[in-house]
Design a protein. Structure first.
Ligand SMILES: Nc1nc2c(ncn2[C@@H]2O[C@H](COP(=O)(O)OP(=O)(O)OP(=O)(O)O)[C@@H](O)[C@H]2O)c(=O)[nH]1
Length: 351
């Protein structure tokens, strides 16, 4: 498990106590402190759909095989995540769906009012009819309380399915969910995004990246800065990664190709692994082996170059470019430095 998240608070609320007092006037208890002003991401879904596994694999570096031994969640588990001083959010892993939305004793207001994104996890290997019905009631209730919520559906555990089965299930789920929303005459108001995910490959990181990006108000500026950088340096693709969960918080505006994303994401693993073994300085308080000096250039055998440079304490620029374009690497370093300064300015507190 990574130390980085140990420095951020995390708390949990016993399931039996989730009802009214949790979000009432006394809600400023120990477990609540620190979560109030952060965008909140809820992980909801039926029991055993894979919610805790997703949280642990993406944010706590648990290996996917270890999730086989996870016990059922019986209380809301909250984790506070900070990619930099200004990109931070809290993730709430809720116990398997037990009808919060229809239980009058449960304070839905408290749950949904400050939520930025609601991720509903559907086990694609299981019978998902009940999950679709639950998703529908949850979306209606959440939308009624907070119309700003981004609704995200993870069609999960697709690793066990053939490509054909994946497509069929995705179509079936999307069709049913959208038909239910249309029946409620809310198709123009409620926007839902769907992702095929698995903890056994990069798809869960890619999906989480898309969700997190929706919660970052500075995203258009970061994208513009990346666009300027790639055009000045003839870079093919550039990502701004949060190095610990390997979620990219922004990329340039060209389409993301999964292979490029996987390559860039794997590069971070290599740099962090080497950093942890050989690069830990005395003042490395992050325990990551990642600091202002972190940088790497890898020449691939297909004529491409992978370039990585530290941008802030937890953010890294990872770019892919053709080898001949890397000949003027002084110019690239110069532009990356300018990009780094611009990113720092984006996040500078306003006077
Ligand atoms: N094949 C496969 N199995 C998965 C995946 N994600 C989770 N699982 C398995 O699904 C089972 C349930 O995972 P959990 O994370 O405990 O599910 P949960 O939704 O948190 O369950 P509750 O706490 O009961 O609500 C575990 O055995 C995981 O190993 C996945 O992407 N693929």
């Amino acid at each position: 498990m990574n130390d980085r998240y140990d420095e951020f608070s995390s708390g949990s609320v016993p399931y039996g106590q989730m009802f009214p007092d949790m979000y009432g006037e006394d809600a400023g208890g120990e477990a609540e402190q620190g979560y109030e002003n952060k965008p909140r991401i809820l992980l909801m879904g039926m029991r055993r759909s894979g919610k805790s596994s997703i949280q642990k694999v993406v944010f706590q570096k648990m290996s996917p095989n270890e999730t086989l031994f996870l016990e059922s969640t019986t209380k809301i588990v909250k984790s506070e995540i900070a990619s930099s001083s200004l990109i931070s959010y809290s993730i709430w892993d809720l116990p398997g769906q037990v009808g919060y939305e229809s239980n009058p004793a449960f304070d839905n207001e408290g749950l949904f009012a400050q939520t930025g994104a609601l991720i509903f996890v559907i086990d694609a290997q299981d019978n998902y009819r009940e999950a679709i019905a639950k998703l529908h009631t949850t979306v209606l209730r959440a939308y009624e309380i907070n119309p700003e919520i981004c609704f995200e559906v993870f069609i999960h555990k697709v690793d066990g399915l053939s490509d054909d089965a994946k497509t069929v299930r995705q179509q079936d789920i999307v069709e049913h969910v959208l038909a239910n929303i249309a029946d409620a005459e809310l198709e123009d108001q409620i926007q839902i995004s769907f992702y095929l995910t698995s903890i056994y490959d990069h798809s869960i990181f890619e999906a989480f990246s898309k969700v997190i990006q929706k919660l970052i108000p500075q995203l258009p500026t970061l994208e513009q800065l990346l666009d300027i950088l790639i055009s000045n340096c003839c870079i093919e693709k550039a990502f701004l990664f949060d190095v610990v969960p390997k979620i990219y918080i922004a990329d340039d505006s060209s389409p993301v190709d999964m292979q490029t994303y996987e390559l860039c994401s794997d590069m971070i693993d290599v740099v962090i692994d080497v950093g942890c073994i050989y690069g830990m300085g005395e003042n490395d308080d992050t325990g990551l082996g990642y600091d202002a000096e972190s940088a790497s250039v890898m020449h691939l055998n297909n004529g491409m170059v992978l370039y990585m440079k530290e941008v802030t304490r937890y953010l890294a620029l990872v770019a892919l470019l053709r080898e001949d374009k890397y000949e003027k690497h002084g110019l690239i370093d110069y532009n990356v430095e300018a990009f780094k300064n611009a990113v720092a300015k984006v996040f500078e507190p306003r006077q």
